[in-house]
Design a protein around this ligand. Structure first.
Ligand SMILES: Cc1cc2nc3c(=O)[nH]c(=O)nc-3n(C[C@H](O)[C@H](O)[C@H](O)COP(=O)(O)O)c2cc1C
Length: 421
């Protein structure tokens, strides 16, 4: 994959050098294009050395490093072969030019001439960022399909505090991956996904539940369907819409979720258990509404069925099982214990007390614990991106299985044919 990295004239231009390395680590070929202002902050030589490619600077002879018509045409050809245009850092100026179609240098001309998807990572003074002109330009670009990696908040080079710092490398990379991820690499999989909370009835009007929104499981379902998997989503009560291409079965209690999982698991090649299933339910669910009384009442709770370990026991060699662990303490220890005791292939653990992680937010901070002893911690990322990473790991585990001579069972393929959306 080829990425054209546009570097524009901001203080954060130096950070683009490290970004080149990071993109290369992900096997992208990087072609750097610099604006004239960017060259005031960092030299083309740095990028040429890092990328191993000539850096494209200007459109016209006289401005360029090695300016002549031939090289300009060659540069345009090279740039047009790009799979994605990434601009990081993106100045307020370049956003304005992109938004309005001004093409007065190489980068802006390339933006108009290229049909590749575009990702911009703005960085600027907080007032420039908040200015109505910049916000309008961003809206125009967003509406046009440009992916915008929002700047981080913090202390800025200008001495002010607020949004304006170039987003972290991992966030920029996540956006790049997200935009490029059009491959349908999960077509061989039928994935069962559970999501959301369960409700355990106390009486006809009251229940015990938890703060799960279902966002993580739905993100996995959406990503898996986009990547070609057949997806069966067993969902507790949530306010979320069914992602396109996903077959959804609604359940309420842990018991109903277990029954639905049992019914659908046999036709699935893998399962992702992202639901926050109640561990306990009232021993008795009253038939009539419990009346207010003077004294206190005691609720007796009994354990619900442990869906993950029941299913994992029946998983057969080819099925891959991913579980989630929402913890408030000893995350690693509890996750490893869960991995072993439940016969899962991967446990995705998160500390739900961390800011920007856990229930009802759009981001999460996770560590993935694998059965082979590895663990991978990811920074705070949107749940949509984490869903992709989890699915990447599922594919990796599938590939490892196949390398070890274990194909998806022939019998499974037969059952899979019977299932359609
Ligand atoms: C020291 C200095 C720092 C600057 N930092 C930024 C910045 O972080 N973000 C930004 O949008 N503009 C910044 N500017 C203004 C841009 O360099 C200016 O708008 C320039 O015309 C941008 O050109 P370009 O978009 O073609 O790279 C800075 C200017 C100076 C002199």
């Amino acid at each position: 994959m080829r990425i054209t990295l546009g570097v524009t004239g901001g203080v954060a231009a130096y950070k683009a050098a490290e970004l080149v390395r990071r993109l290369q680590q992900d096997n992208f070929t990087v072609q750097v294009v610099m604006t004239r202002a960017a060259r005031e902050f960092i030299t083309p030589l740095t990028f040429a050395a890092l990328s191993g490619q000539k850096v494209i600077t200007d459109l016209f002879a006289g401005d360029s490093q090695d300016a002549n018509l031939e090289s300009a045409i060659e540069h345009i050809a090279v740039a047009q072969r790009t799979d994605l245009l990434l601009v990081a850092p993106a100045t307020a100026d370049i956003l304005a030019k992109f938004a309005r179609g001004i093409a007065d240098d190489f980068l802006t001309t390339l933006y108009l001439a290229s049909t590749a998807p575009v990702v911009v990572a703005p960085a600027m003074n907080v007032n420039m960022w908040n200015h109505a002109a910049t916000q309008e330009n961003l809206k125009l670009l967003r509406d046009r399909g440009v992916a915008i990696v929002a700047p981080d908040e913090g202390y800025l080079a200008c001495g002010m505090t607020g949004p304006g710092r170039l987003a972290g490398q991992e966030e920029i990379l996540a956006a790049v991956r997200q935009v490029l991820r059009t491959k349908r690499d999960l077509e061989a999989e039928t994935i069962l996904i559970t999501a959301g909370p369960t409700r355990e009835d106390l009486d006809p009007v009251r229940y015990l539940t938890n703060r799960s929104s279902g966002k993580m499981g739905y993100a996995v379902a959406e990503a898996a369907a986009r990547r070609g998997a057949k997806v069966i989503l067993v969902s507790g009560p949530t306010a979320l819409e069914t992602p396109e291409g996903v077959t959804r079965f609604d359940v309420r209690s842990a018991e109903e979720m277990y029954a639905a999982v049992l019914a659908h698991f046999p036709k699935c090649s893998s399962a992702v258990f992202a639901a926050a299933v109640a561990d306990y339910r009232p021993a008795i669910s009253a038939l009539q509404k419990i009346k207010r009384g003077k004294g206190s009442i005691t609720l007796e709770l009994q354990p619900t069925v442990d869906i993950l370990s029941m299913v994992a026991r029946e998983k057969k060699a080819f099925r891959l099982i991913v579980g989630f662990a929402a913890e408030t303490e000893n995350v690693a220890q509890n996750a490893r214990k869960k991995l072993e005791s439940k016969n899962a292939d991967l446990i995705v653990a998160n500390d739900v007390t961390a800011q920007g992680a856990g229930f009802d937010v759009d981001t999460n901070i996770i560590t993935m614990f694998f059965a082979d002893g590895r663990d991978v911690t990811l920074p705070k990322l949107p749940k949509a991106e984490l869903a992709q990473r989890i699915l990447d790991e599922l594919l990796r585990m599938r590939a490892a299985q196949e390398k070890n001579g274990l194909e998806l069972a022939a019998g499974f393929h037969a059952t899979r044919k019977e299932f359609s959306h």
